[in-house]
Ligand binder design. Sequence first.
Ligand code: ADP
Ligand code: MG
Length: 695
Amino acid sequence: MSVDFFATPLQFLKGVGPRKAADLTRAGLVLVEDLLYRLPFRYEDRSRMQPIATLRAGAKAAVLGEIKSANLTLTRRRGFKIFHAIVGDRSGAIRCTWMNQAFLADILKPHLQVVIFGDVKLDSTGLHFMNPEYELVSDDLSAVHTGRVVPFYEKTGMVTPNMQRRLVRQTLDQLPPEIPDVLPPELRARLSLVSRRQAVEESHFPGNDASVDLLNAFRSPAQRRLIFEEFFLFQIGHAWRRHASSIELKPYVPVVDDRVRASAASVLPFKLTPGQRQATKEIVDDMIAREPMHRLLQGDVGAGKTIVALLAAIVAIENGLQVAFMAPTEILAGQHYNNIARVLARSRFRVDLLTGSTPGLQKHTILASIERGSTHLIVGTHALVQEQVTFHRLGLVVIDEQHRFGVAQRAALRAKGLRPDVLLMTATPIPRTLALTDYSELDVSKITDLPPGRHPVKTLVKPESRRDEIYDLIRQQLDAGRQAYIIYPLVEESEKIDLRSATEMADHLQAEVFPAYRVALLHGRMKQDAKDQVMQAFAAGRIHLLVSTTVVEVGVDVPNASVMVVEHAERFGLSQLHQLRGRVGRGPWESYCILLYQAPWTDDARERLRAMSSTTDGFVIAERDLELRGPGDFFGTRQSGVPVLRTGDLIRDRDIMEEAHREARRIVDNGGLTPELTSFVKSKWQQQFGLIEVG
Ligand code: ADP
Ligand code: MG
């Protein structure tokens, strides 16, 4: 096989000297591939030539004519030169003016045919083009810059857009007749994807019948093919890894028969929602398969994920397997333990709780019980991944709020079993596009409905100047026996930022606003014990009003709380606000989320607060958040598997990512990997997209 043209260093191309090659390298353009896969960001139709007599000021126009006269004038300012040319066609003539481009005098000479493109201006001297683009019709690269649909590139470093346009044209002209195409022909045919050759050609230089609107929406057949290719190659790597891990079959495969079904039904405290039923079915189908499960269960706060996990646990336990249920904080682990123990009270299953604060003696007993296999279900914090914990036969690992654990912790827990089924849970709705990149190897189940009897939380957006009304509302709620949260973005007043400190505020609220009720403060710098104490007192109803920084964000369940006030709501991210709102509306009462903002707010902040008041659907909010913040920021500082993309855009092209994900899995699962794809995965995947760890 001949050398891959796309892997040719640009410096070997005709017309690229060492100097230019250095500029290109600095702009990240080293190989032909780098150049051809850096797509124009915009296209303009310069194919229609306008008669000069019809030109109007203020519009962009392209004209074709002859240079009637040309002259270079010097201004009084030293060295400042103006070049004028009069260009005429049959309908008329127009003046073209270029500032400080004296060299044009040697190019744009009288009697030559030229295409001029640019903005038509009008001033006291009449209609003219100012600094237009030009193209001599005799130029051997004719119609690169004008007379067609023309590509526009971002300027990078010393590489100007025009230079790139010329270079791309030159490079395309040297494309060998046969270029390798990594996409299997069967796939291309089925999805109507154009060939790679056509795709690179027409993504840069579309035919004149191409739709500029389609091009600017990045949906021309040529662009779609290149974006698909990029996403598909990314997804192939994931699909491959997923496939590789599924080859390692489970030593114990649960069965579900009438006995197991009856056991699950007997503990069920309520009727499942359709969403819960569907998720349970998907999980159980995975469990009875021979390949280990890797599933992510997504559902908004309060959607009822716990019972779904518990039903999966019963399937495992009834099959003689143990279950580990890990939660990120002691409070959450304790809450899960209490709920699960209550639901399983009448069963013969033994449930234990293991956290960092489990007393030594008790811990000893529990560890022995886990090792013996007498503990069927162990709930805990990351204490579960410690060395001393040995299972008898761990068959199912459930990880709640999975994003709060590191890859290593999740892997360590999994390693305590023999290829156990893994169920990850999250209440942070992950936009579909990100689920397809970050969690591409996982199967995803979603619960999108809520248990019956929930009132959607009423959301009010108010300027903080109207806080007295809000206090009245809180007072009414407290008088009715409810509890409330007030959330602050920071703990202490910062010198620079005008922030009401949570501490001062708590004192003020207690002493002056709600003297009849108990107010307490919770913040991130408190010791864990102290936090737990406050949280427990609030959960038990001994504290009525909890003033807090965002530590209440995760998982806490206090159904009696009916008001959530967020101070400086303009400073919070959308997903964060959604999480906070999820703390209320968990009981049978009407609940309120009040977003207090302080002017001036940014457009983004206004958008966020508007989104909050217009929907309570976490998935809609997550998509909106992704749009507002962009994929890079979405997960904050967490290391994320969002790939660096050349042609595609995770937000604009989510439909294409979806398709690529489906097709990659299909090909890998059906053993349809071609030698080209296999070698791509083996040699280039890591280098191109980096390492992504999941599960
Ligand atoms: P999350 O998805 O946030 O973890 P939970 O599992 O904690 O939600 O459930 C929230 C509350 O809703 C719990 O008190 C639970 O008992 C209750 N719940 C869950 N599913 C149902 C249902 N189908 N019908 C009635 N109540 C339910
Ligand atoms: Mg939960």
